[in-house]
Design a protein around this ligand. Structure first.
Ligand SMILES: NC(=O)c1ccc[n+]([C@@H]2O[C@H](COP(=O)([O-])OP(=O)(O)OC[C@H]3O[C@@H](n4cnc5c(N)ncnc54)[C@H](OP(=O)(O)O)[C@@H]3O)[C@@H](O)[C@H]2O)c1
Length: 329
């Protein structure tokens, strides 16, 4: 089979096409023919060895796959060859393996894919969809004014819609370009702010009745996190779920005093530790159902052939995407 591998950390040029043997499913395992694999910002960090987890080299990155069952290992029941499924490798504890023509996964983590959902859309609903869904469940926006950073991105574009569905009083989208903000508005954002503008904190406060957002779902880090703290309403909650520029965010005495006197809190969030095989299946079923009934709009930014993975990573790192990026082997 073909796969894209890295054997050293670095820029997008480190990807190389390799042809390892097609894996054979062992007891309890399923072999899936990959029809679409999602690309996530985390993989661009992993490629540079800037992620929380360092993959062992050589590594085939990617860990959310949609495809068709090619073969079943011994002892697998309830699944059939030819069935359309998703293979959320991340749920099975794997950070790697997806940028390939075939993947192996433990049968417990295989989830059926409705006929009316494309493989590409399914990839958008795995890591990014579950992150958005769990953020809403863990930190409910009902009745609150919320601000979402990178609101036109994979997680952001879904989070925005789920926050509206969950009864947010108002959703403020934050992003870096007018085109991205227009896209966020088309998905239901009530107000938009460009966080590359010097006065975006003041603008955000003005958009939220002077007080600031009650909840800020933040994934950028650095100066955006610091500014988000300034924009946050008294009693507000800053939810940090991305670590893109984590090194440049400093929580010093002024910030801590601000938190104390404004009764604010900072909450960390990661969806993976909250997943169980059961909650994975119910979470994906909920997201698939919303997408099938067109209750949420899933946007595929672009689809790349597997061998163009470097281009996909460049697009994501260059902030040129809205919604989901997908590789198709
Ligand atoms: N905690 C969790 O469980 C969890 C799970 C999944 C993802 N995440 C995090 O959620 C965030 C969004 O992930 P995603 O896969 O959906 O990505 P994405 O939002 O589709 O793309 C990243 C966006 O971040 C913004 N950005 C700001 N500075 C950037 C930079 N230096 N390089 C690249 N992008 C930059 C860009 O939007 P603008 O141009 O509008 O700024 C860009 O489009 C990431 O931080 C990711 O690590 C967390």
């Amino acid at each position: 089979m073909r796969a894209v591998q890295i054997s050293r950390f670095g820029g997008p040029e480190v990807f190389e096409i390799v042809e390892p043997p097609t894996p054979i499913p062992g007891h309890g395992q399923v072999l899936v023919r990959v029809r679409a694999v999602g690309v996530n910002l985390a993989e661009t960090l992993m490629r540079q060895n800037r992620y929380a987890v360092t993959p062992e080299l050589p590594a085939v990155l990617g860990n959310e796959v949609a495809g068709v069952i090619e073969a079943l290992g011994a002892g697998v029941g309830g699944l059939a060859v030819g069935a359309r499924v998703v293979a959320p490798l991340f749920a099975a504890g794997a950070f790697v393996g997806g940028y390939a023509e075939y993947v192996l996964i433990d049968a417990d983590f295989v989830v059926p894919l409705p006929d009316t959902l494309s493989f590409e859309v399914a990839t958008a609903l795995m890591i990014q969809g579950l992150t958005a869904l769990y953020l809403i469940k863990q930190i409910p926006p009902h009745g609150k004014t919320v601000l979402i950073s990178a609101a036109a991105g994979g997680v952001g574009s879904l989070l925005l819609q789920l926050a509206n569905r969950a009864g947010a009083r108002a959703v403020i989208a934050a992003a870096s370009t007018t085109a991205k903000l227009d896209f966020a508005r088309s998905l239901g954002a009530h107000a938009c702010v460009n966080y590359t503008w010097a006065d975006w904190v003041e603008q955000t406060r003005a958009m939220s009745g002077g007080a600031g957002p009650d909840i800020i779902y933040e994934s950028i880090g650095g100066a955006v996190t610091n500014a988000s703290l300034k924009a946050l309403a008294p009693l507000g909650q800053l939810v940090i779920y991305g670590a893109l520029n984590i090194q440049s965010f400093q929580l010093g005495v002024p910030e801590l005093l601000g938190l104390i006197f404004k009764n604010q809190s900072i909450t960390g969030f990661a969806f993976a530790p909250l997943l169980t095989p059961g909650s994975l299946k119910t979470g994906l079923a909920e997201l698939f159902d919303l997408a099938v009934r067109a209750q949420i709009k899933v946007t595929i930014s672009k689809t790349f052939p597997l061998e163009h993975v470097a281009e996909a990573h460049r697009a994501l790192e260059g902030r040129h995407t809205t919604g989901k990026l997908v590789l198709v082997p």
